[in-house]
Ligand binder design. Structure first.
Ligand code: NAI
Length: 462
């Protein structure tokens, strides 16, 4: 039996960041992980592998659509799917290996195996019991299931199978127009699949600013994705190589079917708490099956904390990371906190879509007085040179105080651009503060500044 100040269960972005920060703060730390490699869903079967496929398929798209115009002539590249899978795997390996290196560097012990909590202060892995003054549950999430839809990870797949298909399907049906469905759907559309997306709501990407969502749908349609909105999937029937998807249109209850080589089920994720022994601990859970925590991430069991996808809030790697750092600081007697009002969200399609703060719909609902500053990437010199004029920045600021309340971007590098707004919001900046900050020319960032200018006397290049 070994004794630790902290044992963290799960090595995803929440868990590994928490472990490293705990060790940096002088706590004797271990992290339990049952997978062969560290990094959790994000590094092994989520954010990182999907980004490799998004990058490769975007390169193909550039070669097919823009090379000739730039004077780059020659045979267009063709898809070697096996090689693309190897590239994806090498990206995973270098990232998961990187976490292993960081654990060694920071003297975090990796306890290999699946953990349970037999009682407060104890973590069981295999036959061994480890003592821990503090336990942090960071066990993440798993794909949610849909009644009538059986995932076999071959023909009917979750995001896990969707990243490792045997070949590029001719016809793909995606269930759910959320982040996973659209990122992976756009990968396969670019690789040549005919992609149809079935979505329950009347619009794509629930929770996104409606104007951005509309523009996003138009852009994806241009890229070949077909949308069937207001449709509830009833069931899938799969044979060895094909599947039939049955859905009902909500407006008239009519039933329809679609054939596909691959069906990607992307209808959300749920907390992964299997095997932890939470029932026996009488752990208080929310109605949605999440572990209930207070504002210091303490659960109802003494000395046990929870962070990331197993608790409330957006299921985002960086939200989990921030909670991981904050909990480590709390355990070390400091005052770690997370500003949930400034957590960016990014969809890594091309163009990217990014947001932070409130949407226009939320501001209306809250009865806030606000102003809108918009700027199209068509007015941005760098974007025009790079065939990236499609999209815009929308800044929302308080009508009276000019304080930035939210920002929504669809356009080139949106996922990077959003962060200057995050920093501005953290410092309580006004749109004018951002507008009066010198931005290098020619950069995409100028579009953010122009949107801030548009909240005041007006943009220059529009
Ligand atoms: P999601 O919650 O983003 O979207 C699910 C969609 O499925 C919704 O639009 C919903 O209306 C629809 N839906 C549900 N039941 C349906 C039915 N029976 N028929 C038709 N449509 C139906 O979930 P998603 O895309 O699976 O992602 C899961 C989680 O992972 C999310 O919290 C997401 O934020 C996170 N994630 C984040 C990424 C990023 O930040 N880039 C990348 C991948 C995942």
């Amino acid at each position: 039996m070994s004794a630790y100040d902290v044992i963290i269960i799960g090595s995803g972005p929440g868990g590994y960041v928490c472990a490293i920060r705990c060790a940096q703060l002088g706590l004797k730390t271990a992290c339990v992980e049952g997978r062969e490699t560290l990094g959790g869903t994000c590094l092994n079967i989520g954010c990182i592998p999907s980004k490799a496929l998004l990058h490769a398929s975007h390169m193909l798209h550039e070669a097919e659509h823009n090379f000739a115009e730039m004077g780059l002539k020659g045979k267009s590249p063709s898809v070697d799917w096996q090689q693309m899978q190897k590239y994806k795997q090498s990206t995973i390996d270098s990232n998961t290996g990187g976490i292993e290196f960081l654990f060694k560097k920071n003297k975090v012990d990796w306890i290999k195996g699946w953990a349970s909590i037999p009682e407060a202060g104890k973590v069981k892995v295999g036959d061994e019991i480890h003592e821990a003054k503090n336990i942090v549950i960071a066990s993440g999430s798993e794909p949610a299931t849909l009644p009538g839809v059986e995932i076999d990870e071959k023909v009917v797949v979750s995001s896990t199978g969707g990243l490792s298909l045997g070949k590029v399907p001719k016809k793909m049906v995606v269930i759910g127009a959320g982040v996973i469905g659209l990122e992976l759907g756009s990968v396969y559309a670019r690789l040549g699949s005919e992609v149809k997306v079935i979505e329950y709501l009347d619009h794509i990407t629930p929770g996104m600013d409606a104007e951005i969502s509309k523009q996003f749908q138009k852009t994806l349609k241009k890229q070949g994705l077909e949308f069937i909105l207001g449709a509830a999937v009833q069931s899938t029937e799969a044979t060895k190589q094909k599947a039939k998807v049955t859905y009902k249109l909500r407006k008239d209850d009519s039933e329809h079917t679609l054939d596909a080589d691959t069906v990607l089920v992307a209808t959300g994720r749920k907390p992964y708490v299997e095997g932890l022994g939470l029932d026996a601990l009488d752990m208080i859970m929310t109605k949605r099956g999440q572990i209930q925590v207070n504002d210091q991430w303490r659960t109802s069991v003494d000395g046990v904390y929870a962070i990331g996808d197993v608790i409330e809030g957006p299921m985002l790697a960086h939200k989990a990371e921030d909670e991981g750092m904050a909990v480590a600081e709390q355990i070390a007697g400091q005052h770690g906190h997370v500003n949930y009002g400034v957590i960016p969200g990014v969809i890594y399609t091309h163009p990217e879509v990014a947001n932070v703060g409130m949407t226009e719909e939320q501001l209306k609902e809250a009865g806030r007085d606000y102003k809108v500053g918009k700027f199209s990437f068509m007015g941005n010199a760098r974007a025009k040179a790079n065939f990236s004029g499609d999209g815009f920045v929308k800044m929302l600021a308080d009508k009276e105080t000019d304080r930035i309340l939210g920002c929504h971007i669809i356009g080139p590098a949106a996922g990077d651009l959003i962060h200057e707004v995050c920093v501005a919001m953290e410092f309580g900046a006004s749109a004018q503060d951002l507008a009066m900050t010198c931005h290098a020319h020619p950069t995409y960032s100028e579009a953010v500044r122009e949107a801030a200018l548009a909240c005041g006397d007006g943009p220059i290049h529009m």
